[in-house]
Design a protein around this ligand. Structure first.
Ligand SMILES: Cc1cc2nc3c(=O)[nH]c(=O)nc-3n(C[C@H](O)[C@H](O)[C@H](O)COP(=O)(O)OP(=O)(O)OC[C@H]3O[C@@H](n4cnc5c(N)ncnc54)[C@H](O)[C@@H]3O)c2cc1C
Length: 476
């Protein structure tokens, strides 16, 4: 890299940091970058493992994200930019054969009118209240509220307790009473503002989707959710293969300080890297630590963002050992059920190619209702999970094999008022320092890609503006 070229250092090589690096490379080739990742692999929470099958073949296990919504277009756009569209598979509807545990038993979430009327999940009064939703006045003041407040206001308390709460809490591994709707499900408030309610909004959006079968820039039609034939990590591998900057794994940062207008990053091996801009793509609780001296006010705000535990265990079975009377693709487990696990995905029902023929792959989420489980040894955890599978689904066969991933204190929680807190943190940042990633403005992979791009744009705009001004000064 030439010393005269503006240089950006990105810290954190998850999907956010990788997307920021890619965006800099694509949009401002005059800017150089270094990407520092502490661990020995790229991708952060995006992890795909191949687990050998018994008689050939393998199980494809996504330990972290498995599929991405395309309504938020960034993951799809990135896929197309990387020439990966042919590897995309449609994981099918996220809502087909979805169940919720109700007093210990799985009950199907009723998504068709007939199933809704017949469903034992809710009382007649609760159903009637839900049906009044189109007549509930819309809130359009832009104020944040909890997910629980929103759902209760529009659909009634029973809808919250019995199915919408568990589904959304299952997705975000959090408590709907504290969770900010504007950060985690802004689409529901958008539907309310745009169409006057959720039912009208769903119909309106379905019509709009029908009209937009082809995406605007001529790419092939995209599914509603997307994943990759070889697992989510395909996206990370394609990105890393195309990044031409200074990429470092196993990079341990000792200190970050200033020399003049530049940031000085000292690595554990003694090396110092100078940066004109610094982009943190690490979880807020990690970033807070580095900013204690550089930006104490921002660090205090970052420390307020809670990060919970989360983990997944994927278990392989012979299909004949885990036959259920009705197919189940997913089971959400509300906290009121007081179980040790949070959700179950029957991966091989949703995506048969993820397991060899004749075998089943089941993924269990833990760490929300029983946070201490992330500290359990593998055998202790397995034993608890097997007991839960027995109690909820009647599965008694031992798994043929399994894989576990744990992320202690790493799953960000967006409480009501979260976006105001993020605004205040950003306002307290020194010049040339930027934040992006799952702790801030949405935690889905498309949100992370968008934030990586936005932060890269802001950093590059400032640096290239400075370069231009410096050049004017020299020339003048
Ligand atoms: C179990 C699970 C399931 C999920 N399912 C989905 C899904 O289906 N769809 C979806 O869209 N999203 C899903 N998500 C959310 C999504 O995967 C994450 O929010 C997203 O991957 C986070 O990306 P990130 O780059 O912001 O952070 P991370 O992936 O956490 O990356 C941060 C990186 O920073 C590195 N790092 C940490 N400290 C330092 C340091 N001091 N110096 C340098 N590097 C450091 C870490 O090693 C890591 O690589 C899921 C998440 C989990 C955990």
């Amino acid at each position: 890299m030439r010393d005269s070229q503006p240089h950006i250092v990105i810290i954190g090589g998850g999907i956010t940091g990788l997307s920021a690096a890619w965006h800099i490379q694509q949009t401002t080739p005059e800017t150089t970058y270094t990407l520092l990742e502490k661990s020995n692999r790229w991708g952060g929470k995006v992890i795909t493992e191949k687990m050998p099958g018994l008689d050939g073949g393998h199980f494809t296990i996504d330990a972290g994200p498995e599929s991405f919504i395309t309504r938020k277009p960034e993951a799809w756009e990135l896929t197309c930019e990387l020439g990966l569209a042919d590897s995309v598979i449609d994981p099918g509807s996220e809502t087909r054969h979805m169940f919720v545990l109700d007093t210990g038993k799985p009950v199907e979430i009723p998504l068709s009118p007939v199933k809704f009327i017949r469903s034992p999940l809710m009382s007649a009064g609760g159903k009637l209240r839900m049906l009044q939703e189109p007549f509930v006045p819309a809130k359009r003041d832009g104020e944040d509220e909890s997910l629980a407040q929103f759902v209760t206001r529009r659909l009634g308390r029973e809808a919250l307790d019995k199915f919408i709460g568990p589904v959304l809490a299952g997705i975000y591994n959090t408590n709907p009473e504290t969770q900010s709707i504007l950060t985690t499900s802004p689409v529901m408030r958008e539907m309310e503002a745009e169409y006057g309610g959720l039912f009208k909004g769903a119909i309106g959006r379905m019509r709009a989707a029908r009209h937009a079968k082809m995406s605007a820039n001529g790419h092939p039609p995209k599914p509603r959710f997307m994943t990759f034939q070889n697992g989510a990590q395909e996206l990370v591998e394609a990105l890393v293969a195309r990044l031409k900057g200074d990429l470092r794994l196993g990079a341990e940062i000792l200190r970050i300080g200033h020399t003049g207008a530049r940031y000085e990053i000292t690595l554990a091996n003694g090396e110092q890297i100078l940066a004109d801009a610094l982009l943190f793509a690490t979880p807020a609780n990690v970033t807070a630590h580095y900013l204690e001296v550089l930006a104490p006010q921002a660090a205090k705000g970052l420390a307020k963002i809670r990060h919970e535990n989360i983990g997944t265990i994927s278990l392989a079975f012979r299909e004949t050992d885990v036959q259920l009377p009705n197919p189940i693709n997913g089971l959400m487990i509300p906290r009121r059920e007081k179980r040790a696990i949070d959700a179950i995905t029957w991966t091989s029902n949703k995506m048969p190619a993820r397991a060899p023929v004749g075998y089943a792959l089941i993924r269990v989420f833990f760490g929300g209702s029983a946070p201490h489980l992330v500290e359990y040894t593998n055998p202790a955890l397995l034993s608890i999970v097997r007991e839960e599978l027995r109690a909820m689904l009647g599965i008694t066969a031992p798994p043929l094999d399994y894989r576990i991933q744990r992320w202690p204190h790493s799953f960000p929680q967006a409480d009501v008022g979260h976006l105001d807190l993020v605004d205040a943190i950003e306002a307290a940042l020194p010049d040339g320092l930027y934040l992006a990633g799952s702790s801030y403005r949405g935690l889905g992979v498309p949100d992370c890609i968008r934030q990586g791009r936005d932060a890269a744009d802001k950093a590059a705009a400032r640096l290239n503006g400075n370069t231009f001004i410096n050049q004017l000064k020299i020339e003048g």
